[in-house]
Design a protein around this ligand. Structure first.
Ligand code: FAD
Length: 563
């Protein structure tokens, strides 16, 4: 019987796609699961597979044809062989038991796990991925992406407020938190569905459920709809981390939230205390401040964003304080007390003085805890590091069990999404016999405060601590043409040069677009280019990146526009 071939899905929210390679023509025999053609879009390549086994009667697309969702693209005389989802059985029937084998089994679908899955599939492995929540993990669903979506909304909001500086007057505008959150959710959904498509188009089998260790060689997932057992040649643990907390009195009150709760809020609190002035705490401080919340940051260490150089932190702290964010440094939060008027009081000590701040909400942003209890590591023969706070791995991400690798936040080496992804590639490649070591000295980081910070390599304070014979060169955005035109004159580019080894060893950009521009400095630090080579490159004008060129010239005391 003739059946219609219909385009049932496209990449993400794409409305249309372009046909790439076409593998079959009318008259060919095709089996269910074989790729008929690919559909390309800005989001990547999607494999359009046949759901039927039979003979193609007509195929109306060719390379370059534009297709839309729901479009009929041909006819096939054959039998549908794709399994239909079973009707819900009110729990009366058990899911069928399924035993499979994976060459590479991955537990956790965050930026570590899904990238390891993609790289393993590229290297020709049969890959199975188990994720108990949503593909994309913390980063896409509850971390990097939603915070950046909100941070961008507040950046636009600040621009509107500064309209008069650009020559226009905004008489009236509303902040619609519901719409802002909807936009954030849409951004997340687009990217998560993109990962979903990538898994499908790379033939990676994804199972939803909690992976559990049965034995050293067997992982199981058992839930209402799945009874799965997976044996494996290699296992990659990528189970990530969860918000940490300090166990002070009141830490478990309803008004005390984590970043995850903050991202799901339906209203803007009038006041908030953020315990922890690290990256996550400070990013949220700027977001809530822009939304009109009175924000207090309580930081235990003598300074916020403690890993950065003092001159960088000064720019961020001054910007925060100018905007009205109150920062309490060297402040030890001691308890949180509920009051009768729906407020909570955060008590903290600075030296021998006790302070109290009343607020509608408190957010704990005191670091993240690797999910070491998510799997029975002992049963797997996987050891922890010396501090018992992360899985012990070698430079290739291999654990103490030769068949098992661990990547991402669960290793607790550097809790960053791009580190997790890179570790995922290193592990996948090592499993496939390629050797490419992790090097943590040249990892960049991006901090979305206002202004933002991009950083890579050695800071000036580390250079001093290590006794490195270095030279630092700084160029301020106030002397950069594009920055003046864009009204983004806060901050600077600073480069650290090792005078003995004659290589750039670090750099930081605090200012507009610092998180994007740090890629240029990262390349130079990573490749160990000579100063002469780096400084002889032509930078386009007018761009903020010219500040990098000026800082390079400054290392040879020949900056042209230095203040
Ligand atoms: P995760 O992303 O945590 O993924 C682990 C996955 O494993 C989860 O989806 C979980 O459901 C699943 N899982 C756990 N146990 C099991 C099990 N037994 N069975 C099946 N599945 C399981 N990093 C940056 O680089 N840049 C940023 O701007 C940035 N911003 C952030 C903002 C916030 C608010 C937060 C919280 C984090 C941010 N991070 C940022 C950090 C980044 O999110 C993490 O470093 C990254 O997600 C770690 O990736 P991962 O793959 O190791 O773990």
């Amino acid at each position: 019987m003739s059946e219609k071939l219909i385009i049932s899905k496209l990449n993400g929210h794409d409305k249309e796609g372009k046909v790439g390679k076409v593998y079959f023509k009318a008259g060919d025999h095709v089996s269910a699961g074989e790729i008929l053609f690919t559909i390309e879009s800005g989001k990547g390549s999607l494999k359009y597979k046949s759901e039927y086994t039979g003979t193609i009667e007509a195929l109306t697309v060719e390379a370059g044809s534009i297709v839309t969702k729901g479009q009929e693209v041909g006819l096939i005389d054959g039998k549908r062989e794709v399994k239909q989802a079973k009707a819900y059985s009110f729990g009366l029937s058990k899911p069928a038991k399924k035993d499979i084998h994976a060459e590479v089994l991955i537990i956790g679908g965050g930026p570590g796990g899904y990238v390891a899955a993609l790289r393993s599939a590229q290297l020709g492995k049969k890959v199975v991925l188990i994720e108990e929540d949503k593909l994309g993990g913390t980063c896409l669903n509850y971390g990097c992406i939603p915070t950046k979506a909100l941070s961008h909304s507040t950046k636009v909001l600040n621009h509107i407020r500064q309209g008069h500086e650009y020559g226009f007057t905004v008489h009236d505008f509303d902040v619609n938190i519901k719409k802002m959150m909807e936009r954030k959710d849409q951004v997340v959904e687009t990217l998560v569905s993109g990962v979903d498509h990538l898994m499908a188009s790379n033939d990676i089998e994804v199972y939803t459920g909690r992976g559990q260790v049965v034995s050293k060689d067997l992982i199981a997932v058992k839930n209402k709809s799945l009874d799965l057992s997976v044996t494996f040649d290699h296992l990659i643990i990528a189970v990530g981390s969860e918000p940490g907390y300090i166990p002070i009195e009141g830490h478990d009150l309803k008004s005390v939230m984590t970043s995850r709760h903050a991202l799901a809020m339906e209203d803007v609190p009038d006041s908030m205390v953020i315990i922890g002035g690290g990256v996550i705490g400070m990013e949220f401080a700027f977001i809530f401040n822009a939304l009109g919340t009175e924000v207090h940051v309580v930081e235990y260490m003598p300074e916020i964003l403690g890993l950065l150089d003092q001159d960088v932190v000064d720019v961020i702290r001054e910007s925060a304080e100018d905007k009205g964010i109150k920062i309490h440094r060297g402040a030890r939060a001691s308890r949180i007390i509920e009051t009768l008027n729906k407020k909570v009081i955060t008590e903290f000590e600075i030296g021998d003085q006790t302070y109290r701040v009343a607020s509608e909400r408190v957010m704990m942003a005191v670091g993240r805890k690797p999910r070491l209890d998510s799997l029975d590591l002992q049963k797997l023969g996987v050891d922890l590091n010396d501090n018992n706070n992360g899985i012990l791995v070698d430079d290739f991400m291999k654990t103490t069990n030769d068949k098992v690798y661990a990547i991402g936040d669960v290793t607790n080496i550097m809790q960053l999404a791009h580190v997790a992804s890179h570790q995922g590639m290193v592990a996948a490649e090592h499993i496939s016999g390629l050797s490419h070591k992790m090097d943590y000295e040249k990892v960049p980081s991006a901090i979305f405060t206002q202004p933002e910070v991009g950083h890579v390599g050695i800071t000036e304070k580390i250079a001093l601590e290590r006794g490195i014979n270095y030279k630092a060169s700084k160029f301020y955005f106030a002397a950069n043409g594009k920055s003046v035109a864009m009204n983004e004159t806060e901050g600077f580019v600073k480069l650290i040069y090792d005078l003995d080894r004659q290589v750039l060893i670090g750099g930081v950009i605090v200012g507009g677009h610092g998180t994007d521009m740090i890629a240029t400095v990262t390349n130079m630090v990573d490749q160990g280019v000579s100063l002469q080579e780096a400084a002889s490159v032509i930078y386009a004008h007018p761009t903020s990146a010219e500040a990098i060129h000026e800082a390079l010239l400054g290392l040879e005391d020949r900056s042209l526009h230095g203040l």
